[in-house]
Structure formats: structure tokens, C-alpha cells
Design a protein around this ligand. Structure first.
Ligand code: ADP
Ligand code: TRP
Length: 330
């Protein structure tokens, strides 16, 4: 009897700092929530992190942080595949193949490249080629669903386009991935109201000590309304972040207090801080305990990476066969 493979969910995160609530709600949680029903591939995008230049010891620490975070958030390596992008050279081989198909004009329209250009940042070729490497991450593993935040939507469209282009020229071979972007968490706001992002210093960290969490929550920008004034919850960053953490009744209660007045932003921030501790405190303990076992983290990553490579090699054989390349002795 033919068995059908479970749908495959895949997502990655750049090892560029301490993961934050935006990463959690936009990508990690939606991915990990699916690990019982689907095949989950979760990986450390450590090559993608290289287009920013961190000292080696920071790259190393950020990689451990990412793996420890995935595990603390509930990734179960006995059910799901956890690996490092840098340990799967086939990703880069497929990236080259795809780069030979993508027109320059398409790449020049990528938001990530245009944003870097607009900011006057020195652009290396890693920034320019970023969407191709990301497409290779996805297409090499036949991913069906890719949970990401809104900022990655265009990259997903580009990956779909690359797969379609390849299939058109060489016959059905690459799976067309679907982005999975949930409206409510597509853009989690940071402490300044802009998109929360590691590079903007506006994050509420997933795992910080109480003092750091307090500092981050207290720094959330609000308008200047006084304690007595009625307030608009829907334009308030504190309320927006609280809405991600609280249950429906708690969110409703805070909403009413905003509208009624006599409830200051300081009160709302304290409630948010307590909720953060309640919700992420236990996960933080797991995170800290994983960070104290870096040898185990490395071993787990290596084992997952070996399994990922075996799958990657099979797919690359197929792709190279379609292209008429005869060199791979596998
Ligand atoms: P950052 O932008 O902070 O460097 P990453 O590039 O590592 O984060 O992103 C990892 C995942 O988290 C991606 O799927 C990205 O879309 C998602 N993500 C990042 N920031 C947010 C946010 N503020 N809201 C929703 N999703 C986000
Ligand atoms: N580009 C993503 C980000 O900046 C990270 C990433 C790399 C990714 N490869 C991926 C996400 C493949 C999903 C699938 O957030």
C-alpha cells in the first residue's frame, strides 16, 4: 500500500543575537506547534548570518543561543530535524544552480538588497545573493510549508518563482513551497513600535533575566497621556505586545481599563512584565540549562546535520541529473 509522506514544514533563523518575541510568535512557535502533525525541519541559518560581520566568538555564542532557544521552545529532536545550514554544503551547491537561473533584474528588486542600498550600508555579495541561498534552504528539502514573519514574504515568493522556473525548464523536480504567515503575528512590534528586530535594539528577548526584561518592558514607547486619561489600546505598543501573551479574558480586561482611564502605562507595563515571567519563565529555565550543556547542543546539531545531509545529497543528485551533469559519484 502506498504511504503518503507527511507535509514538511521548514524554517530557519539567523544566528545573529538573542532571539526575541517577534521570532517566537512569527516563526518558532507556528513551526514547533506543527511538529506532531507534520515533519518539521528547523535549522540554524548560520551562513545567512555571515553577511553581517560578528567576531567568531559571537557567532559561536549566537549559534548556541539559537539551538538552545529552539529546544527550550519545545523542539523535540526525536521527532524533528535540527541542523546547521553551514553543515549541509549541498545548500550552497543548489544555490549556485539556482543563481544561474535567476535574472539579475529580479534579484535587484529584492527588499533586503534595496533596504541595505537605501541605508547606504556597504553591500557585500552575501546580501545580494541572500534570497537565493534562502531558496536553496527551502527547495533542497522539498518543504511544503514555511512559517515566517511578514518580512520574509518576498523571499518566499522568490523561492517559489525559482522552483517554477527550474521545473519549467527541466521537468517537475522542485516542490513549490507555501509561506505560512499568520495575520496576528506577521509583524510583532518592538519597544519603539517599529518591527521588532535583533538589528534595531528594540526587542523584548525571549529569554532574559528579570532585570533585563524589566528594562526592555519599561522602555516601550507610549504616548504622553496621564494616568487619569482614557487611552486607546489599539494604538498602544504595550497593549499590542500584551495581546500576544495574555488569554482572551485578560486581554479584554486590560482593554477595558485602558478605555475607562485611571490606569497608567506604568500599570500596563507591570502587568506585561508579570505575564512575560509567567509565560516564558519556565522556558527560560530550560534555555539556561541547555546553555550550560554546550557539548550536548553541538552533538545534537551534528547528528541532525548528518541526517539532513543524507537527504540533501539525494535531492542534489536528482537536480544535477535533470541538468545533465554526470559527475556525482553517489
Ligand atoms: P531578526 O529580523 O530579528 O534578525 P531573523 O532574521 O532571525 O530575525 O528572523 C527569524 C524569523 O523570525 C523569520 O521568520 C522572521 O520573519 C521572523 N521575525 C523576525 N522578526 C519578526 C517580527 N517582528 N514579527 C514577526 N516575525 C518576525
Ligand atoms: N531569511 C530568514 C530571516 O532573515 C532566515 C532564513 C534563512 C529562512 N533561510 C530560511 C527562513 C529558509 C525560512 C526558510 O529571517
Amino acid at each position: 500500500m502506498a504511504t503518503t509522506r507527511k507535509k514538511r514544514v521548514l524554517t530557519g533563523s539567523r544566528a545573529t543575537g538573542m532571539p526575541h518575541l517577534g521570532n517566537y510568535f512569527g516563526a518558532y512557535k507556528p513551526a514547533i506547534d506543527l511538529q506532531d502533525r507534520f515533519e518539521l525541519f528547523l535549522f540554524l541559518a548560520d551562513f545567512h548570518a555571515l553577511n553581517e560581520h560578528y567576531p567568531p566568538e559571537e557567532n559561536r555564542l549566537n549559534s548556541y543561543r539559537m539551538v538552545a532557544s529552539f529546544l527550550a521552545c519545545g523542539l523535540d529532536p526525536s521527532k524533528s530535524l535540527l541542523y546547521a545550514q553551514s553543515a549541509v554544503p549541498e545548500v550552497n551547491e543548489l544555490a549556485w544552480i539556482l543563481s544561474c537561473q535567476v535574472p539579475f533584474g529580479v534579484m535587484a528588486r529584492a527588499h533586503s538588497f534595496k533596504d541595505a542600498q537605501a541605508k547606504g550600508i556597504d553591500i557585500n555579495m552575501g546580501v545580494f545573493n541572500y534570497p537565493i541561498l534562502m531558496a536553496a534552504d527551502i527547495l533542497l528539502f522539498d518543504a511544503n510549508l514555511v512559517p515566517v514573519g511578514q518580512d520574509q514574504k518576498q523571499h518566499l515568493e522568490m523561492a517559489r518563482d525559482m522552483a517554477q522556473r527550474f521545473n519549467h525548464h527541466y521537468g517537475e523536480c522542485l516542490v513549490i513551497p507555501e509561506p505560512m504567515i499568520s495575520d496576528t503575528v506577521a509583524v510583532v512590534p518592538g519597544t519603539d513600535g517599529e518591527k521588532m528586530s535583533k538589528s534595531k535594539n528594540n526587542t523584548v528577548s525571549l529569554f532574559a533575566d528579570d532585570k533585563e526584561w524589566k528594562k526592555q518592558v519599561m522602555s516601550i514607547v507610549t504616548d504622553a497621556k496621564g494616568l487619569a486619561d482614557p487611552k486607546d489600546p489599539d494604538t498602544c505598543n504595550v497593549f499590542k505586545i500584551y495581546s500576544l501573551l495574555g488569554g482572551p479574558a485578560e486581554i479584554g480586561a486590560m482593554r477595558e481599563k485602558y478605555i475607562a482611564g485611571g490606569y497608567g502605562y506604568g500599570h500596563a507595563k507591570m502587568e506585561l512584565l508579570e505575564k512575560l515571567k509567567e509565560k516564558f519563565g519556565p522556558m527560560r529555565d530550560k534555555y539556561v540549562s541547555w546553555m550550560n550543556r554546550q557539548g550536548d547542543l553541538r552533538e545534537m546539531l551534528h547528528e541532525g546535520s548528518r541526517n539532513a545531509r543524507a537527504l540533501a545529497a539525494e535531492k542534489l543528485n536528482m537536480v544535477q541529473g535533470r541538468l545533465g551533469l554526470i559527475g556525482r559519484p553517489f
